[in-house]
Design a protein around this ligand. Structure first.
Ligand SMILES: [Zn+2]
Length: 294
C-alpha cells in the first residue's frame, strides 16, 4: 500500500513536470516567433510586456528644449517595417515612408524652435505594435501624442486632411469603420488589456483625455485652415485603442489621401508637407503652453 502510494506520487510528479516543461516551451516559442499583438497581449498578463516595452523605449531619443523640464511631445509615424500602410496611387510611395518623413520634419522643427521636448516612437523603418506605441507614450509620460497617417479611399477624388480625436462614439459610420481598420489586429487582441486600462482610468480621467484631445484637434484645424487642404468635415471622432491607451491627449492626423494623385504628389515632397508640418508645430506648442500654465 505504502509503496503504491509512493509510486503514484512519483508518476504524478513526473506528469506535472512534463506539463510544466511543455507549457514553458510553448510560451518560449510563442515569444520567439515574433512580436504579434497576440504574443504581446499574452506576455502582458505574465508580466514580461515590461521587457518588450523597455526595449522599445530604450531606442527612443528625447530631444531637449531650450529650457529644462519642458513637456514631452511624442510623434508617432504610422505603420513601419513589415506593415507598409496604404500604397500611393502612383506606385512610387508607401504610407510608412511618408509618415516617417513628415514626422521627422515635425520633430526637427519642434526641436529647432525649442519650446517642447520631442520624441518619436520610431526614427527608422521598424515595426511597432499599437500597444508598443501607446506604451512609449505612457513610459515617457508624454504631454501629448500625435500619430501621423496618410489616408486612402476607393474614390480617387477624395482628398484633404482629417484630424481624428479620441471618442467612445464615432462621428460617422466611416469613422467607425476607419477606427476598426486602424485598430486592426492589435486592437482586437488587446481588448482584454483594455479592460484593465478602463478599470485603472476613472471615467473622469477618460472624459478629460477625450476633451483635451478634441480641443487639440480643433486647435490643429484652426492653424491649418487656409494653408492646408482639409476635408469638408475635417474633425472626426473615433475609438482608437492607440489613442486611448496613450493615456494623454492624443490625436491621429490623416495628412491627405495618397489614393488621390494631387494629394500624393504634394505629400511626396518636403515643400508639399511643410504647411501642415508648420501648423502642427504651432498648434502643439500652443496646446502644451495652455495646459502647462492654466
Ligand atoms: Zn495609416
Amino acid at each position: 500500500m505504502e509503496r503504491k502510494r509512493r509510486i503514484g506520487l512519483i508518476i504524478g510528479g513526473m506528469v506535472l513536470a512534463v506539463v510544466l516543461l511543455l507549457t514553458f516551451l510553448a510560451a518560449r516559442s510563442r515569444t520567439a516567433e515574433d512580436d504579434t499583438g497576440l504574443a504581446l497581449a499574452g506576455e502582458a498578463r505574465r508580466g514580461s510586456l515590461t521587457v518588450e516595452l523597455d526595449k522599445a523605449v530604450a531606442d527612443v531619443r528625447i530631444r531637449e528644449a531650450r529650457l529644462p523640464g519642458r513637456p514631452i511631445v511624442l510623434i508617432d509615424p504610422g505603420h513601419g517595417g513589415r506593415d507598409p500602410g496604404a500604397p500611393g496611387v502612383s506606385g512610387a510611395s508607401r504610407e510608412k515612408d511618408l509618415t516617417l518623413a513628415m514626422a521627422s520634419e515635425l520633430a526637427d522643427l519642434l526641436a529647432q524652435r525649442g519650446r517642447v521636448r520631442v520624441a518619436m516612437t520610431r526614427e527608422d523603418d521598424k515595426y511597432l505594435s499599437l500597444e508598443q506605441r501607446a506604451g512609449i507614450a505612457r513610459r515617457l509620460q508624454a504631454a501629448l501624442f500625435l500619430s501621423i497617417h496618410m489616408d486612402s479611399a476607393p474614390n480617387p477624388m477624395a482628398r484633404g486632411a482629417t484630424i481624428y480625436s479620441l471618442s467612445d462614439v464615432a462621428s460617422s459610420e466611416e469613422a467607425a469603420r476607419f477606427a476598426m481598420a486602424e485598430n486592426g489586429r492589435d486592437g482586437a487582441l488587446s481588448s482584454e488589456a483594455d479592460d484593465t486600462v478602463r478599470a485603472l482610468l476613472s471615467d473622469v480621467a477618460l472624459r478629460e483625455q477625450m476633451e483635451d484631445s478634441a480641443n487639440l484637434a480643433e486647435r490643429l484645424l484652426r492653424r491649418a485652415a487656409g494653408s492646408v487642404e482639409l476635408r469638408p468635415r475635417p474633425h472626426q471622432f473615433a475609438a482608437f485603442h492607440v489613442l486611448r491607451r496613450a493615456e494623454t491627449p492624443a490625436v491621429l492626423v490623416e495628412a491627405g489621401y495618397i489614393s488621390n494623385a494631387d494629394d500624393e504628389a504634394k505629400l511626396m515632397t518636403k515643400e508639399g508637407r511643410a504647411p501642415l508640418v508648420l501648423a502642427l508645430a504651432q498648434a502643439v506648442e500652443a496646446d502644451v503652453a495652455t495646459r502647462s500654465n492654466p
